[in-house]
Design a protein. Structure first.
Ligand SMILES: [Zn+2]
Length: 616
């Protein structure tokens, strides 16, 4: 942490921020009972297992195990560190952060990501001002006007112009005291091949700043004003900018997307701006890259339906087919494909035919299966041979459709369209499904491989999985009890219950709870902060939101403790033998542990017999 933020400010933000609000900005939540559920933004799923508790102000996903408080969510979701998450939430809720002057000198250094952001924002201002005035600005403005982009849209999306010449931006940044090596890291300048120094990456191009979901500039796209190549040039991957995750325009259109429940996905910013400018505002663009799982995941939080808009040329058709595969691997969004008439892109179509014509056309967008069917028929024709090829292509797709009702409806329609027997089509689908599942079995890694670049270390997954196995169930229940019924912590402590835990990990969590129990009665969710590892945080959040674990009666609590202690005492039958062995081996540490356990068992047995005699 490089920027010092006092604890009381962190606490203030935590108490002001509402996790349901924050999560709702990117995940569509539905209320069920005490909690809210939605599709997890951190793993692929079709049925919601991502749970948010308003009472506890935490989230937990029963699918992938991710969980934590509002800071954790913002960090994980926006790829920020803790300080950045605090700053983001502070801004959002109007909590005042200490000003520059109040920080100690060593805290004045910003994190690299913060520095990259401020360099980007300097560059954005530079490009914007050069669209307003200076050499080439008139030409650039004329170009944008010629493409029908209004001054409002230019303003809203911070469009700019990178003047011709090799070192305009480099010179500007150097004057502002930005080391050019750092500007290179931001992707703004490029090191010269020969000699020393740097030159501007973007020259004589219209500039489209690329924003993150919080509308902070993370990269740039540049388009030439004539026919020179490359037509489009984007920032390289930087610590801030990942093209596989960034969607152009989403920071501006996210609320409109959410309201309409559907989004148009175009292939570039010019198409985006054309649709947006014509009043079709539920739109985003991928940035010179095919649609990725990361894109789909980002959209899942805002819409139920995505309409991919493609040109009808070869490249467009290929991109459409690839996108269908991506959607198949990432569930939770229904996909439609809109192919524009020959010779049109969204920009030309909407400008020539108008907004309502585009909307009418959009209503004819096809489900993937029918898109594949029609494009196969176009390719192969309706001869016997053509039909055979078409059937096998479409069968591949249908085999991957999980919903059996949908699948059988598709089979019926496809068979009808091709004039073949439904049974024959079904048989093809079955064969394709068998082959696919065989391939899936052969693939290493299995389910954890699917879009798993952010799944974190396997240890965490193991830890969560182990915690749910039968053997640890009881210990887990005791931890849950300590969280839900803090009054029982005294008894846990008196009986040294934690000493008998076989899972050291749960034991350490238990000890943290015992140490911090004073605060637990008021804000139990604060305990999440005190556990310093992610696996522990996840277990705790899981226990907090787990409904089946939260109906505690006093009697139930006592029963649990006694059941646990007796099972452990029974296990200690061979304790004496083990102690003897440890003595012979001079294993002092083990001996010490065993003697402690023996003492605890003896105390426990005394207590239990005292209890049972008093009950008589
Ligand atoms: Zn998840």
């Amino acid at each position: 942490m490089t920027l010092y933020i006092p604890d009381d400010i962190v606490a203030e933000i935590k108490h002001t921020a509402d996790i349901v609000d924050i999560v709702s900005e990117s995940v569509r939540l539905k209320k069920t009972g005490r909690n809210y559920v939605g599709l997890c933004p951190f793993h692929s799923e079709k049925t919601p297992s991502f749970t948010v508790s308003a009472d506890k102000q935490i989230f937990h996903c029963f699918g992938c195990g991710e969980g934590g408080d509002v800071f954790r969510f913002v960090m994980k979701h926006q790829g920020l560190d803790f300080t950045e998450a605090v700053v983001t939430l502070a801004r959002r809720y109007g909590v005042r952060l200490p000003s520059e002057g109040n920080r100690s000198p060593k805290d004045k250094t910003m994190s690299e990501r913060q520095q990259l952001r401020s360099v980007n924002s300097l560059a954005m201002d530079f490009f914007k001002s050069h669209l307003r005035e200076g050499p080439g600005s008139e030409k650039a403005a004329r170009y944008l006007a010629g493409r029908g982009i209004s001054s409002d849209v230019i303003e809203e999306f911070h469009l700019g112009y990178a003047p011709a010449g090799w070192d305009n931006l480099a010179g500007f940044l150097a004057k502002k005291g930005v080391p050019l090596g750092f500007a290179e890291k931001a992707g703004l300048v490029v090191k010269k091949n020969s000699g020393t120094g740097y030159y501007d990456r973007f020259r004589d191009r219209i500039i489209f700043p690329i924003m993150d979901i919080s509308n902070r500039v993370i990269g740039f796209g540049g388009r030439v004003l004539d026919d020179s190549l490359p037509k489009y040039l984007n920032s390289p991957e930087t610590p801030l900018y990942h093209k596989g995750r960034s969607l152009y325009g989403l920071s501006v259109t996210k609320n409109i997307c959410r309201q309409s429940g559907e989004v148009f996905i175009t292939e570039g910013y010019m198409d985006f701006l054309a649709l947006y400018g014509s009043g079709i505002k539920n739109v985003v663009a991928t940035l010179g890259t095919a649609l990725t799982v990361g894109h789909v995941r980002a959209l899942k939080g805002f819409v139920e339906k995505a309409i991919l808009v493609f040109d009808s040329d070869e490249a467009g058709m290929k991109a459409a087919r690839r996108s269908i595969d991506v959607f198949n691997s990432e569930k939770g969004l229904s996909l439609f494909i809109l192919v524009l008439p020959k010779g049109h892109d969204p920009d030309s179509y909407v400008r020539e035919k108008g907004t309502s014509a585009f909307k009418e056309l959009a209503a004819t967008a096809q489900e993937p299966v029918f898109f594949l069917l029609e494009s196969a028929i176009r390719n192969y024709g309706l001869s016997v041979d053509g039909k055979i090829k078409t059937v096998s292509e479409v069968a591949e797709y249908l085999a991957a459709v999980e919903d059996s009702v949908a699948r059988s409806l598709y089979v019926k329609e496809v068979a009808e369209r091709l004039g073949i027997e439904e049974r024959a089509m079904l048989e093809k689908v079955r064969l394709a499904a068998a082959r696919q599942s065989q391939q899936a079995r052969r693939r290493p890694g299995g389910v954890f491989e699917v879009g798993g670049e952010d799944n974190g270390p396997d240890d965490d997954v193991d830890e969560v999985a182990r915690a749910y196995s039968i053997e640890y169930r009881m210990e887990l229940q005791i931890i849950a009890m300590m969280l839900h019924v803090p009054e029982m912590i005294c008894e846990i402590e008196e009986k040294n219950v934690l000493d008998f835990f076989t899972n050291d990990f749960l034991k350490s969590i238990g000890n943290i709870i015992v140490t911090h129990r004073a605060g637990l009665e008021n804000r139990s969710a604060d305990i999440v902060e005190l556990v310093d590892n992610d696996a522990g945080k996840r277990i705790i959040t899981a226990l907090f939101v787990g409904d089946e674990l939260s109906n505690w009666t006093e009697e139930g609590c006592r029963n649990l403790i006694n059941r646990f202690m007796t099972s452990r005492a029974r296990r200690s039958d061979n304790l004496t033998q083990m102690i003897k062995a440890a003595e012979e081996n001079h294993d002092d540490r083990l001996l010490d542990e065993l003697l402690k356990a023996k003492g605890a068992i003896a105390r426990q047995n005394r207590m239990m017999s005292a209890k049972s005699s008093s009950e008589l």
